[in-house]
Design a protein around this ligand. Structure first.
Ligand code: MN
Ligand code: MN
Length: 461
């Protein structure tokens, strides 16, 4: 049951392909540090690959036929791409699903205040973070400000070398005696994640003159008033680009690899698929980190409605055909695995841990405690994955998330499984999951891409 290190089985050509893929992966990460930016980047890549907007197809009253490629967007935060196969849709689709939201800090609705000549922005964290990791590092602001007149201003500050950055201060060790005695979960508290954004007063202003200066800058730069924060979505993320890591450059250090590492590899597999018998789908959703809720999360009807629209555009719509299409589909719910970490070996059970360099990870089940909240894939479906991966000579491994009763986690798998389709969790192993900077291994990214492509190509038997 030992799995070989995938680096050892790479041919020279594969090695070149892997490096090219990972260079492009870093660009994808840099261009998509929020779910909205990820959707934009995905649309850009999809249109280059011949995908058209489903809304346009509907508006034109065009009939979709096998071979057509379409995409549908939900509120700019989730996207589904369909490559229509030659087979009947009712026989089911091959679906790659991943999420494009990542843990971060969001600005509160009323965020801006001045305290003793410092101006700060108050935040509310999103997703499961270790709060102490978000202080004393350069931060960038990304997002939108929606104004009353209907216009929307895009913001990205802190990524270019000439941009300013932002930061949450931490207490100096000299005065940290009380702080250092606290539990790590409260050493930095949620309400203390305030971002320092200014210190220079506006000349001639009596009260809150530093805040007045910041408001003046915001007005000059973005034409915004303080009230416009009420209808803004501004995400605070680590500033800086994705980087190669290690003397051997074998790894990638970047923000948001959970789960854009699986979103990217799924998307590339979808876009690189040339001809397909079975309809291929890449579904990138939002809000996974907070329970897949809301209009743009996996629990919404977005995907089901889009399938109905596509069947309609093919002239094949009925309530029953939608249900059959969904229930006969099969899916890889692609999300990151926790890589074995020699620094924290005690949380893993070594026979069932994911390892760097050993390829795409399959998790028959996830969940916490007694598999609570898990989609437990069937033995038969797992067997078909073994068959597909081995046939395509993909390096792969199996794992669960840590030792029994150590903790756990979930994905979007159980939600699509509600349709009665076969779903299995599969993803790429990363270190420091949910930290501002996460680590992945390049060969695993490559094997992930190859595995997802093999899945899309696999004809349903
Ligand atoms: Mn995830
Ligand atoms: Mn996560």
């Amino acid at each position: 049951m030992e799995r070989k290190n995938a680096w050892l089985s790479l041919t020279e050509e594969q090695r070149r392909e892997m490096h090219a893929l990972c260079e492009d992966y870093k660009t994808f990460l840099d261009n998509g540090k929020t779910e909205r930016e990820c959707v934009k980047e995905t649309i850009c890549r999809a249109e280059k690959a011949g995908y058209v907007n489903l809304e346009q197809v509907i508006a034109d009253g065009r009939t979709l036929i096998p071979g057509d490629k379409v995409y549908a967007v939900c509120m700019g935060k989730a996207i589904a791409l369909f490559h229509l196969g030659s087979e009947d849709m009712e026989k089911g689709m091959n679906i790659l699903g991943a999420h494009i939201d990542s843990p971060r800090l969001d600005l509160k609705q009323n965020p801006l205040y001045e305290d003793n000549d410092q101006v700060l922005l108050d935040t509310h964290y999103y997703g499961g973070i270790k709060k102490y990791q978000w202080v004393a590092l350069p931060l960038a602001l990304h997002g939108v400000i929606a104004k009353k007149d209907g216009s929307v201003i895009n913001i990205s500050i802190g990524e270019n070398s000439e941009d300013p950055v932002f930061c949450i201060s931490d207490l100096l060790p000299h005065l940290g005696a009380d702080q250092m005695g606290k539990k790590a979960s409260v050493v930095i508290e949620g309400e203390d994640l305030n971002i320092l954004v200014g210190s220079e007063p506006l000349v001639g202003e009596e009260k809150d003159s530093v805040k007045a200066n910041i408001l003046q800058i915001l007005k000059d730069s973005y034409g915004m008033e303080e009230e416009d924060f009420l209808s803004a979505e501004i995400e605070v993320v680590p500033a800086g680009k994705a980087r190669d890591m290690g003397f051997d450059r074998s790894m990638v250090l970047a923000y948001g690899q959970d789960d854009r590492i699986c979103a990217y590899t799924s998307l590339m597999a979808q876009l690189d698929l040339e001809h397909t018998d079975t309809t291929a789908v890449c579904l990138l959703v939002d809000k996974e980190e907070i329970g897949s809720v809301g209009a743009t999360g996996m629990h919404s009807r977005f995907f089901e409605n889009t399938v109905a629209e596509i069947l309609h555009a093919m002239g094949q719509y009925s309530e029953l055909s939608v249900r059959r299409t969904l229930s006969h589909s099969r899916m890889i719910s692609s999300d990151v695995s926790a890589a074995f970490d020699p620094n924290y070996a005690s949380v893993s059970e070594k026979k069932n841990a994911a390892y760097f360099g050993r390829g795409l990870v399959f998790n028959k089940y996830t969940g916490s405690r007694g598999k609570s909240g898990s989609n437990d894939a069937s033995a038969e479906y797992m067997a078909s994955m073994r068959h597909i991966m081995d046939d395509a000579q993909v390096s792969w491994q199996t794992a669960e998330l840590g030792k029994v009763d150590q903790g756990g986690g979930g994905t979007i798998a159980y939600i699509s499984a509600n349709y009665g389709m076969d779903v299995i969790d599969s993803g790429i192993a990363i270190l420091s999951m949910h930290a501002p900077w996460e680590i992945s291994c390049k060969v695993d990214i490559y094997e992930g891409y190859r595995g997802y492509l093999a899945f899309l190509k696999a004809h349903r038997s």
